[in-house]
Design a protein around this ligand. Sequence first.
Ligand SMILES: Nc1ncnc2c1ncn2[C@@H]1O[C@H](COP(=O)(O)OP(=O)(O)OP(=O)(O)O)[C@@H](O)[C@H]1O
Ligand SMILES: O=C(O)C1=C[C@@H](O)[C@@H](O)[C@H](O)C1
Ligand SMILES: [Mg+2]
Length: 193
Amino acid sequence: MAMDGRETRALLPKLKKTVVLVGMMGAGKSAVGRALATQLHVPFRDSDTEIEKAANMSIAEIFARDGEPFFRRKESQVIARLLEARPAVLSTGGGAYMAEENRRLITEKGVAVWLDADLPVLWGRVRHKDSRPLLRTPDPQATLAELFARRVPVYALADVAVKSEQGLSVEAMARRVVDTLLTRPDVLEEEKS
Ligand SMILES: Nc1ncnc2c1ncn2[C@@H]1O[C@H](COP(=O)(O)OP(=O)(O)OP(=O)(O)O)[C@@H](O)[C@H]1O
Ligand SMILES: O=C(O)C1=C[C@@H](O)[C@@H](O)[C@H](O)C1
Ligand SMILES: [Mg+2]
């Protein structure tokens, strides 16, 4: 009880399931995921980073040396492993949610959250970086548009969608994810401390 008689109680968000961020390259799975984990006081994991660490190679090098099917197998293994750990934030690679088996496992063990950004916003975020092997084509903007058209109907299968817009900061987007998850008490609940 506070001095003025009002009850003061800090509300702590309690995460019950791993939040698995899915969506296009540039949606902010890695950037927002890190901020979200900080806000929720839980560990942050990124399947791309885990694969890079295990192989001691960049994603681009793995694609070039071992090919995309090899990368996708590693990605599924890493996601399955990380879903066994205590509730955390897990950012996936942009293509991970395309595999039916990954989708099934993510929704069984965690909750799939789609960071939904429009194509011009995504292009604005990825155009200056050449770290994404799938965009190393003669016309990366057209390639991104093709991937977007093919993938959006699949991302829309996610358990939860959160819209991202131009001009919204990474922190604000993470807070938007928290607010959305608070409508799902099976995933996130505020508990009295
Ligand atoms: N509101 C926002 N939401 C997400 N990202 C933002 C936002 N504002 C700025 N950004 C920037 O856009 C970039 C998003 O890239 P990020 O690597 O997080 O995407 P990703 O979804 O992890 O992509 P990939 O599938 O290639 O791993 C980052 O540099 C981030 O700082
Ligand atoms: O969208 C994709 O398929 C990819 C996104 C990145 O996160 C990496 O996983 C890789 O560059 C492939
Ligand atoms: Mg990422």
